[in-house]
Design a protein around this ligand. Structure first.
Ligand SMILES: Nc1ncnc2c1ncn2[C@@H]1O[C@H](COP(=O)(O)OP(=O)(O)OP(=O)(O)O)[C@@H](O)[C@H]1O
Ligand SMILES: [Mg+2]
Length: 296
């Protein structure tokens, strides 16, 4: 390439970064069965990505008791429902946890989320699109099972992480979730994470169990992203209301999170429009029933 061509090329590339929103990787963390460790995985994967220099936001889309703000000892005043009602901006709602992790707290006025009018739809999309400038990854911690909200978030995200563990029904419930998402909602690629394992072999075996039935009966691609061992440091960090990667960075669990985090960074960033957080919000809104009585 000649000097002047190279100069033009770099100038064009520079312009592109100014005019085009940068791709944001959107990951929904889900599971068939409750209590398998989704919130722990969401928090620590997100925090680990922060520790690797990424700008990360965690959206709490679960209203379970042990949700993200409880787990991290945060006391948020506002949540996403205030953004949708136009009372707050997304920036005012976001709270910051350790390692600079940004959190969108769970919406307490949940019925409203399933009950948006067109103006509120627009408000939600705008709120997300304003964020796109300085974010690398958005992680969404969902509820378990095939609840409406799980389906909506998972089908709007770019990547779905299904957490499984060696507990009765964890695999069969994960299979049921993958079946519904693939058959009825066009999600064809799933990333499987084995949690609370005794070791690498254990994790791989869990994955094989799920993958065998899924590949045989469903039209899906499964990708094993690794395992997090059963580790008492997780319980200790939960008691301290902190992430294990922040409090016990040399623990087995923290190291496993760091490995999985750096692997996810190697996933191809999907080019626009799929890579865009605004696109995620649009797809989310498209999946929301207007003025329906369905709960989020
Ligand atoms: N790798 C692990 N080692 C030890 N304990 C763990 C591990 N992962 C999760 N736990 C513990 O398991 C319990 C459930 O975890 P968590 O709340 O993250 O699950 P969840 O899937 O989000 O649950 P829910 O379906 O209720 O939202 C918690 O007490 C958590 O501390
Ligand atoms: Mg949870």
């Amino acid at each position: 390439m000649l000097m002047s061509e190279s100069h033009d090329y770099h100038q064009a590339a520079g312009l592109r970064t100014i005019t085009e929103p940068k791709p944001v990787q959107v990951l929904a963390v889900t599971s068939g069965k409750g209590g398998v460790g989704k919130t722990n995985v969401s928090v620590n994967l997100a925090m680990s990505l922060c520790m690797q220099g990424r700008s990360v936001m965690l959206m709490d889309a679960d209203l379970g008791l042990a949700n993200v703000d409880v787990m991290l000892g945060l006391k948020p005043t506002y949540n996403l429902s205030h953004v949708i009602k136009g009372e707050r901006t997304l920036d005012e709602v976001i709270v910051e946890a350790q390692q600079g992790l940004k959190i969108i707290p769970a919406a307490s006025g949940v019925n409203l989320m399933a009950d948006l009018d067109p103006m509120e739809h627009v408000g939600l999309i705008r709120a997300f699109s304003e964020l796109s400038c300085d974010l690398d990854v958005l992680i969404v911690d969902t509820a378990a099972g095939i609840a409406d909200s799980v389906i909506r978030f998972s089908s709007a995200a770019q990547e779905v992480v299904v957490v499984v563990c060696d507990e009765p029904t964890s695999i069969t419930d994960a299979y049921a979730l993958i079946k519904v998402l693939s058959r009825d909602h066009g999600v064809k690629r799933f990333n499987v994470l084995a949690n609370k394992t005794r070791g690498a072999v254990d994790g791989r075996q869990l994955y094989e169990k799920l993958s065998k039935v899924a590949q045989r009966f469903l039209d899906v691609g499964l990708n094993y992203i690794g395992h997090i061992p059963q580790d008492s440091s997780i319980r200790k960090s939960v008691q301290r209301q902190c992430g294990v990667v922040d409090q016990f960075p040399t623990s087995r669990a923290a190291k496993a999170f760091a490995d999985i985090a750096s692997n996810t960074l190697r996933w191809p960033a999907v080019a626009l429009p799929n890579g865009n957080i605004e696109f995620f919000a649009e797809r989310l809104v498209a999946a929301l029933p207007e003025r329906s009585a369905t709960q989020w």
